[in-house]
Write a protein that binds this ligand. Structure first.
Ligand code: GAR
Length: 210
């Protein structure tokens, strides 16, 4: 059983998808801590309503690494194994990332390395891409860059707006983030360079084939 922390800044729909999957017994983890950098984040309220330990550490006016040290102190106090960034709209310092190598996950609403950074769905529309999607990856020191755990493609329709495209991508974000967290919590992967190789799931014991 792994201890997971979720860091968020806003709506929190990916946090809710992770919470649902953990509650359904699909991931060998417990969400031990939810951290928001914004007091008004709806995701923080959802976490409180679901009974999680949920704290706000306001980031306004604090230097990046000083802020990260406050967050890491809370993560260490809960013995956190994996950190899920779920709409956490802050760059992590190199120091933070060095504390948790290959243990911080991020979800991004595009097929990386296409359209990193902010407004990925709008970037895909403006570029005229015919396909975009979503990516869950480990965080490294470069923005939206680390080894990819799971991706899912979503077609861009001629009539799409940023809102309709974002909504269709979001449905799949809510599927692949729990899937990726399950893979890492089960330890069912190896990393070779940039490539993350997912090992097959063990066959159910009752088949007698294992
Ligand atoms: C999600 O679409 C996530 O992919 C995106 O922010 C949204 C958060 O929604 N993240 C990024 O763009 C990171 N670069 P949520 O608060 O409902 O999970």
């Amino acid at each position: 059983m792994k201890n997971v922390a979720v860091l968020l800044s806003g709506r929190g729909s990916n946090f809710l998808a992770l919470s649902d999957a953990v509650n359904a017994g699909k991931i060998p983890a417990r969400i031990a801590l939810v951290v928001s950098n914004r007091p008004e984040a709806p995701g923080l309220q959802h976490a409180v309503e679901r009974g999680y330990k949920a704290i706000c550490i306001p980031s306004r006016g604090i230097e990046r690494e000083a802020y990260d040290r406050l967050v890491v102190k809370e993560l260490q106090a809960e013995n956190i194994d994996f950190i899920c960034l779920a709409g956490f709209m802050r760059l992590l310092s190199g120091w933070f990332i060095s504390q948790y190598p290959h243990r911080i996950l991020n979800i991004h609403p595009a097929l990386l390395p296409a359209f990193p950074g902010m407004h990925a769905q709008e970037q895909a529309l403006e570029w005229g891409a015919k396909v975009t999607g979503c990516t869950v990856h480990f965080v490294d020191e470069q923005l939206d860059h680390g080894p990819i755990i799971v991706q899912y493609p979503v077609p861009v329709l001629d009539e799409d707006t940023e809102e309709t495209l974002s909504a269709r991508i979001l449905v799949h974000e809510h599927e692949i983030y729990p899937e990726a967290l399950r893979i890492v919590c089960e330890g069912r992967y190896t990393i070779e360079g940039r490539r993350l190789i997912v090992k097959p799931e063990p066959l159910p014991a009752e088949l007698g084939l294992g």
